[in-house]
Design a binder for this molecule. Structure first.
Ligand code: PLP
Length: 382
């Protein structure tokens, strides 16, 4: 653990993990000799193999970022019409559906773990529905059993946005192995990153072939252009960064766990706060620390806590607010009122700073600031 930050220095919600510089330099040295910078080189293939092994999945295709992985997987799966998804996610999930010319149909979320409420799913299925795209929000695993049973009954594909769930296992199964496919994001702000980057894990080799073609202009071989693809290839430097970071991931997650548990210890007895819960059987990656503020009990609402933290240089995130069905770009098409639980949670949630090197003293300070309004008020009343 590092020394606590000078209180004058801001603490942001996350901080990218970096491998030792020398290790990265050694890793990329052969790239100078080879002059092979991108287009599925040695590092791209090595990274893919390491990921298959680490994630416990059969196949992985790499992408320049998580968003393009989502867009291209939706296209490669040949989805049509309507797709049932969640509004309690990063806008990327909804944009990827809409940019494929499909209609997102929003299913409400569970108030407990904020993932898709499987009990509300079946009522949203129509003759036009082709797939379900749920999100493992904050690394909380969706009710995969219920979702996949419903999908099977209705002949729907299941594609998980697993951007938050890298490295997690559920009763020993890597989370990327669920459904027809899963997307991971390796963005710099995520638990594991390749600066920018993304991947789709899948079972069906025919889907893999489509994914490969789409990310490389539809080029199957030198003279065969067999698809209307684009360019979403991961380059060799990204893959090298991924390979380096993967070596340190276990240690990173262990440090995150310490920060997470320290927040739990400091905040667990506070009335009016709801803290994260982990599903039994899930090995968490401790990606986020979302807190739900109940103003009537806690005495202050989410926005007030956010502002007060900010005035002390601590930048938490209203993550996810607004809901994707409340975004300005969708205001003529969708409404957050259709998903009341998600709408409510989006106005009460704040994710607190959490990264491997966040000193526990800083966690103490953040918690003290959160709880400070109680003493301030007490002072006024005396
Ligand atoms: C980060 C994220 C994405 C997008 O991934 P990028 O790698 O940033 O393009 C998609 N969905 C969710 C839930 C995310 O958190």
């Amino acid at each position: 653990m590092k020394d606590p930050k000078d209180p004058k220095e801001p603490i942001l919600v996350t901080r990218s993990s970096m491998p030792p510089l020398e290790e990265f330099i050694e890793e990329i040295r052969p790239i100078w000799d080879s002059h092979w910078l991108t287009n599925m080189g040695v590092y791209h293939e090595r990274f893919r193999e390491r990921l298959n092994q680490f994630l416990g999945v059969a196949h992985t295709e790499l992408f320049v970022n998580g968003h393009m992985a989502l867009e291209m997987a939706i296209q490669a799966m040949g989805l049509t019409g309507e797709v049932i998804t969640t509004p309690f996610t990063f806008v990327s999930t909804t944009h990827a559906i809409v940019r494929n010319g499909l209609t997102p149909v929003f299913c409400d979320i569970n108030p407990g773990d904020f993932t898709m409420d499987a009990a509300k799913l079946e009522g949203l299925i129509t003759a036009r529905t082709s797939a379900i795209i749920p999100v493992h929000v904050y690394g909380n695993l969706c009710d995969v059993e219920a979702i996949e049973t419903i999908a099977e009954k209705h002949g729907l594909k299941v594609f998980y946005d697993a951007a938050h769930a890298f490295g997690e296992r559920y009763h020993g199964t890597g989370v990327g192995a669920f459904g027809d496919a899963s997307m991971f994001s390796f963005h710099a702000t995520k638990v594991f990153h390749s600066i920018e980057g993304g991947a789709v894990c899948y079972h069906d080799e025919a889907l893999g072939k489509e994914l490969y073609k789409l990310k490389n202009f539809g080029i199957l071989s030198e003279e065969v252009i067999d698809g209307v693809g684009a360019n979403a290839k991961m380059n060799e430097f990204q893959a090298a960064m991924g390979i380096c970071n993967l070596r340190h991931l276990e240690e990173e997650i262990a440090k995150r766990k310490q920060v997470f548990l320290h927040y739990m210890k400091r905040l667990c007895d506070v009335k009016g706060l709801r803290l994260p819960v982990h599903k039994p059987g899930l090995e968490s990656n401790y990606a986020y620390f979302p807190v739900i503020f109940d103003e009537s009990v806690f005495g202050e609402n989410r926005d007030q806590v956010y502002d007060r933290l900010k005035s002390h240089g601590i930048v938490a995130r209203k993550y996810f607010y607004p809901l994707t069905n409340a975004c300005d770009c969708y205001k003529d098409r969708f409404s957050p009122e259709s998903t009341p639980t998600a709408f409510q949670i989006s106005r009460q949630v704040l994710t607190l700073p959490l990264y491997a090197d966040l000193p526990l003293e800083d966690v103490d300070r953040i918690c003290e600031i959160i709880l400070d309004h109680k003493t301030e008020k007490a002072g006024v009343w005396q």
